[in-house]
Ligand binder design. Structure first.
Ligand code: GSH
Length: 216
């Protein structure tokens, strides 16, 4: 398989981790989001949405949207590192935890939104940085509150087994602390879980700092 990604993309991070946890062999082709390559006509043929990740399967079919790709991988490789619990309520909880990051928070900080509020709406660099910090902090606060309060939380987001929720959580932490000025120590439960996740090779090896193109 081939994944179109970018070193600092949080959505590509999610798919990178999932591919590694499932033991899938893949190559990664960078799309320079900071240089606008997502708008190149050649890339728009791969993903008309102009976003990464896009996953090209061995038979040439192309998948997009990190959540849909994680679900696809789970359905295709159910026996390798299951990413959803078996019980329906557990599955609903894991998916809900995913959507806090994937659907509610991450879309507020992607390049197209940053550019629109900064340039088109005139918020400028300082206003945009505040926006990014605010919504990133809000997502970590919500994760921290839920994960602290709910009895299903274990070493990881859902008990002591890895799940998609951990992938979504880690991607939010990576963005919030790496790019948008949040302090992980303000969210102790999230910090504990993220520390545990970083001991898992798929999470650590997928971090932006290890990807080609990342600043040294
Ligand atoms: N909901 C999508 C988000 C995809 C997305 O927006 N990716 C960002 C990078 S993290 C992107 O490529 N943005 C391009 C842009 O905003 O111009 C997913 O989870 O895959």
């Amino acid at each position: 398989m081939k994944m179109y990604g970018f070193w600092r993309s949080l959505a590509a991070y999610r798919v990178r981790v999932a591919l590694k946890l499932k033991g899938v062999t893949f190559s990664e082709e960078p799309v320079n989001l900071l240089g606008g390559e997502q708008h190149d006509p050649a890339y728009l043929k791969i993903n008309p949405q102009g976003a990464v990740p896009a996953l090209v399967l061995d038979d040439g079919q192309i998948l997009s949207q990190s959540m849909a790709i994680m679900e696809f991988l789970e359905e295709t490789y159910p026996g390798v590192t299951p990413l959803l619990p078996r019980d329906p309520t557990g599955r609903a909880r894991v998916r809900a935890l995913c959507h806090i990051g994937v659907s509610d928070s991450h879309p507020l900080v992607v390049p197209r939104i940053r550019s629109y509020i900064s340039k088109d709406l005139g918020l400028g660099d300082e206003g945009t940085a505040k926006w990014l910090n605010h919504w990133s902090a809000e997502s970590l606060r919500i994760y921290n509150d839920r994960l602290s309060q709910e009895s299903q939380t274990g070493i990881y987001c859902h008990g002591n087994e890895l799940s998609m929720a951990d992938i979504a959580l880690a991607s939010q932490v990576v963005g919030a602390t790496g790019f948008f000025g949040c302090k992980l120590s303000d969210y102790p439960k999230v910090q504990n879980i993220f520390d545990a996740l970083c001991k898992v090779d798929a999470f650590e090896a997928s971090l932006p700092k290890h990807q080609p193109g990342a600043p040294t």
